[in-house]
Design a protein around this ligand. Structure first.
Ligand code: PXP
Length: 253
């Protein structure tokens, strides 16, 4: 894959924090399903939701309702526990994205530790693959983690962009790390996604990495929708992504 043939770039919208707001009052409003449907109508290529072990935002019934209601693919984020794997098997999403989870964290910190845990993870996650659910692993941007993910049968790797977004001083070197990792993913034939912490200011350089096929964005879009509405926020994000890809194509001509 060269810059002359960048792949199509999809936007997955993570609607977890609609549930965070709903849960603050314990009622039914705002509804994550309604947000997912609005996101789909506004051009989201997929919906992502994370069922955390502590159920701090998305609940079991949200996941089932979203899967039943949307027409675009569902990316179900989960920790590699037997409870969550059983949930994913019952919901049957398009993809299961395995993330590390610590109870005390505010959000998903760092990528999944795959190296050294290959055989345990392969055994635990095999039922997802056997059920026809694509296996995605949320990992740090380095070759060894990508190779370990591939060795246990990952169909997709999602690169953690949190450090790129939040460590402004280290951003340039982090971008190079993400570019190299995405290139390596293409070389070894695994689909490459990226996400975490992306906003209007950080999305363009990540969208310009030609071998990344999907960005998953949540917190910023839901926050921004307070000011301009979810459809508007999604449209602006998509425009930035598409502009970055168009510029890449123009550079290659
Ligand atoms: N990708 C993964 C694997 C995540 O865990 C998250 C956060 O739930 C995101 C993407 C989206 O991150 P953010 O909400 O910061 O956009």
């Amino acid at each position: 894959m060269t810059a002359s043939h960048p792949r199509k770039l999809r936007l997955g919208v993570n609607i977890d924090h609609v549930a965070t707001i709903r849960n603050a009052r314990g009622g039914v409003h705002p509804s994550p399903l309604t947000a997912a449907l609005q996101a789909e109508a506004a051009g989201a290529d997929g919906i992502t939701a994370h069922l955390r072990e502590d159920r701090r935002h998305i609940q079991d019934e949200d996941m089932a309702a979203i899967k039943a209601g949307i027409s675009v693919p569902l990316n179900f984020e989960l920790a590699a526990t037997s409870e969550m794997i059983a949930m994913a098997l019952s919901v049957r999403p398009n993809a299961a994205c395995i993330v590390p989870e610590k109870r005390e964290e505010v959000t998903t910190e760092g990528g999944l530790a795959v190296i050294g845990h290959e055989s345990r993870l392969a055994d635990q996650l095999a039922p997802l693959k056997e059920a026809g659910i694509k296996l995605s692993l949320f990992i740090e941007a380095n070759q060894a983690d990508i190779d370990a993910a591939v060795s246990i049968g990952a169909d997709i790797i999602e690169l953690h962009t949190g450090r790129y977004c939040h460590d402004i001083a280290g951003r340039d070197s982090e971008l190079v790390r993400l570019q190299n990792a995405a290139r390596h993913a293409a070389a070894v034939g695994v689909e490459c996604h990226a996400g975490h912490g992306l906003d209007y200011d950080t999305v363009s350089q990540i969208a310009a990495i030609p071998t990344i096929e999907e960005l998953n964005i949540g917190h910023f879009l839901i926050g921004e929708s307070v000011f301009c509405g979810l459809p508007e926020a999604i449209k602006k994000m998509r425009n930035l992504m598409e502009t970055a890809r168009r510029e890449l194509q123009a550079e290659a001509v």
